[in-house]
Design a protein around this ligand. Structure first.
Ligand SMILES: *[C@@H]1O[C@H](CO)[C@@H](O)[C@H](O)[C@H]1NC(C)=O
Ligand SMILES: *[C@@H]1O[C@H](CO)[C@@H](O)[C@H](O)[C@H]1NC(C)=O
Ligand SMILES: *[C@@H]1O[C@H](CO)[C@@H](O)[C@H](O)[C@H]1NC(C)=O
Ligand SMILES: *[C@@H]1O[C@H](CO)[C@@H](O)[C@H](O)[C@H]1NC(C)=O
Ligand SMILES: *[C@@H]1O[C@H](CO)[C@@H](O)[C@H](O)[C@H]1NC(C)=O
Ligand SMILES: *[C@@H]1O[C@H](CO)[C@@H](O)[C@H](O)[C@H]1NC(C)=O
Length: 278
C-alpha cells in the first residue's frame, strides 16, 4: 500500500517536472530565440539602410574616345567606374574604322546615349557640356552629385563619397583642384576631375537654356569654359581639402605628385600653397 502511494507520488512529481520543463522550453526558450533573430534582422536592416542614406549617390561621367576603349576604358570599367552609383562613358560615336572586336566591346560598356559629339581635344567643352545636359535631363532626381572625369582619371570613389557626405548638394557649389586664375573665383583643373552639386547641375542647365546665355557650347579650354558658365549663375568653387589641409583632387600624374615634381605653372595657378617634403 505504502509502496503504491509512494509510486503514485513519484509519478505525479515526474509528470509535474516534465510539464515545468516543457513550459520552460515553450514559453521562454523558443520565443526568446525567435525574438532575438528578429532583433538581429531589424538591426542589420537598419545599419544597411542607415549607411545607404548617409552616403551620397554619385553619377560619374567619364570622357573618352574610341581609340582608348581597349586600353584606358577597359581599365576604368574593371576598377573604379562601377563603384559610382551609375557611370557612363561619354564618347563620339565609334568610328567606321573600328574592328569587330572593338565594336563588340562598346556593347559591353555603358556609353551615354548622346548624339553628335565632335571628336578631338579641341571639342572637350562640347563633350562635357552635352554630358552635363544629359545628366540633368535623364538623371536629375536620381543622384546627389555628378562627377566629370577622364579615361585617365583614377577615382577612389569611397573617399569621394566620404568627403561629399559632409557637403550640401543644395548649395551652388563644385569641388575639384582649385586654380586661382583666369575665371572669377578661379576654376577646377579638368584633369583632376571635378564634382557638381545637384543645384550646380540645375544652374548649368538653366544657364544653357537662358536666352542671354554666354556659355560656350564648344571650343576653348573645357575646365575654363564650364567654370565661366557656372559663375554666370552664381555657382562657386568649394574647398576640397582634408582636415590636415591636404588636397583631395590632384591635377598631375600620380608619379609627379609622389616625387614632388611640381611645374612652375602649377605654382602660379594653385589656389592653395603647394607643400613638398624633401
Ligand atoms: C530598408 O528599409 C526598407 C523599408 O524602409 C525595408 O523594406 C528593407 O528591408 C530595409 N533593408 C534593406 C537592406 O534595404
Ligand atoms: C564593364 O563592367 C561591368 C560592370 O562591372 C561589367 O558588367 C561588364 O561586363 C564590363 N565590360 C567589359 C567589356 O569588361
Ligand atoms: C562578341 O562578344 C560575344 C560575347 O562576349 C562573343 O561571343 C563574340 O564572339 C564576340 N564577337 C567578336 C567578333 O568578337
Ligand atoms: C545630330 O546631327 C544630325 C545631322 O546633322 C541632326 O539631324 C540631328 O538632329 C542631330 N541630333 C541632335 C540630338 O542634335
Ligand atoms: C543646404 O543648403 C541649402 C541652400 O543653401 C540650405 O537651404 C540648407 O539649409 C542647407 N542644409 C544644411 C543641412 O546646411
Ligand atoms: C536678357 O537680357 C535683357 C537685357 O539685359 C533683359 O531685359 C532680359 O530680361 C534678359 N532675358 C533673360 C531671359 O534673362
Amino acid at each position: 500500500m505504502l509502496l503504491f502511494i509512494n509510486k503514485k507520488r513519484f509519478i505525479s512529481i515526474g509528470i509535474l517536472l516534465t510539464l515545468i520543463i516543457l513550459m520552460i522550453i515553450i514559453y521562454i526558450d523558443t520565443p526568446t530565440t525567435i525574438y532575438s533573430i528578429d532583433i538581429q534582422n531589424i538591426q542589420l536592416n537598419n545599419v544597411e539602410n542607415h549607411t545607404k542614406q548617409l552616403l551620397p549617390r554619385v553619377l560619374c561621367l567619364i570622357l573618352t574616345t574610341p581609340k582608348n576603349f581597349l586600353s584606358r576604358v577597359i581599365a576604368v570599367n574593371e576598377t573604379w567606374g562601377p563603384r559610382c552609383d551609375r557611370y557612363f562613358f561619354v564618347t563620339e560615336s565609334p568610328t567606321q574604322t573600328m574592328t569587330p572586336e572593338q565594336i563588340n566591346f562598346t556593347q559591353q560598356i555603358p556609353i551615354a546615349p548622346i548624339q553628335n559629339i565632335t571628336s578631338g581635344y579641341g571639342h572637350l567643352t562640347q563633350k562635357s557640356t552635352l554630358a552635363f545636359l544629359f545628366a540633368y535631363e535623364k538623371y536629375f532626381n536620381d543622384f546627389d552629385w555628378v562627377v566629370k572625369a577622364d579615361d585617365d582619371t583614377y577615382l577612389i570613389v569611397e573617399n569621394l563619397k566620404a568627403f561629399l557626405s559632409q557637403q550640401n548638394t543644395s548649395e551652388p557649389v563644385t569641388f575639384g583642384y582649385n586654380f586661382k586664375v583666369i575665371v572669377s573665383k578661379g576654376y577646377h583643373s579638368g584633369g583632376a576631375s571635378y564634382v557638381l552639386s545637384r543645384e550646380s547641375l540645375r544652374r548649368f542647365y538653366e544657364a544653357h537654356n537662358d536666352l542671354n546665355s554666354t556659355c560656350r557650347k564648344d571650343g576653348g579650354a573645357e575646365d575654363v569654359e564650364i567654370a565661366k558658365c557656372l559663375r554666370s549663375k552664381g555657382v562657386y568653387p568649394g574647398k576640397s581639402l582634408d582636415k590636415q589641409n591636404r588636397e583631395l583632387f590632384h591635377p598631375l600624374p600620380y608619379i609627379s605628385h609622389f616625387r614632388g615634381n611640381i611645374p612652375n605653372w602649377l605654382k602660379q595657378y594653385a589656389e592653395n600653397p603647394l607643400q613638398t617634403v624633401s
